[in-house]
Design a protein around this ligand. Sequence first.
Ligand code: HEM
Length: 143
Amino acid sequence: MEPYELYPALKHAHVAAAATSWLLFLVRGLWLLRTPWRLHRGWDRVVPHTVDTLLLAFGLLLAWITAQWPFVQPWLTAKLGGLLLYIAVGLYAFRAARTRAARAAGWLAAQGIFAYIVLVALSRDPLPVPWLLERAAAGLPIH
Ligand code: HEM
C-alpha cells in the first residue's frame, strides 16, 4: 500500500479529531464557567489531551502525505501557529485565570482562534476572510 492511499482515511480522522476537540472544549468551557469542580477529574484528565495529540499527529501525517509543510506553505504555518495559540489561551482559561470574567474571556478567545484555524484549513489561506466573503457572495458552501 502506498502512503497516499491513506489520505482519505487520515483526512477523515483529522477532521473527526478536530470536531471532537472542539466539542470537548465547548463542554469543558461550560463546566469551567458553571460547575468548575467537575473539571480535572476522571476522563476529563486524559481524553482532551489524547484527542489533541491525535489531531496533531494526523495533521502532521497529512502534511507528510501531501508534501506540504509548516514554514513552507503559509497556510500550514498559520495552522500550526493557531494551534499553539489555541493551546496557550486554553491553558490560560483553564489553569491560570482566576476570575470568572477572565476565564470566560480566555475561553471565548480560544473559540475564535479555533474558528480561524478551521477557516484557514478550508481556504488554504492564512488570511481567509476575503475567501469567506467571496464564497458567501457567490452563495457557495465553505466545505
Ligand atoms: C485545531 C487544529 C486544527 C484544526 C481544527 C484542523 C482542521 C482541519 C480541517 C477541517 C481540514 C479539512 C479541510 C478540507 O476539508 O478541505 C484539515 C486538513 C488538513 N490539515 Fe488540519 N487542522 C488542525 C491542525 C493541523 C495541524 C497542526 C496540521 C499540520 C501541521 C494540519 C495539517 C492539515 C493538512 C495537511 C490537511 C489536508 C490538506 C489537503 O487536503 O491538502 N492541521 N484540517
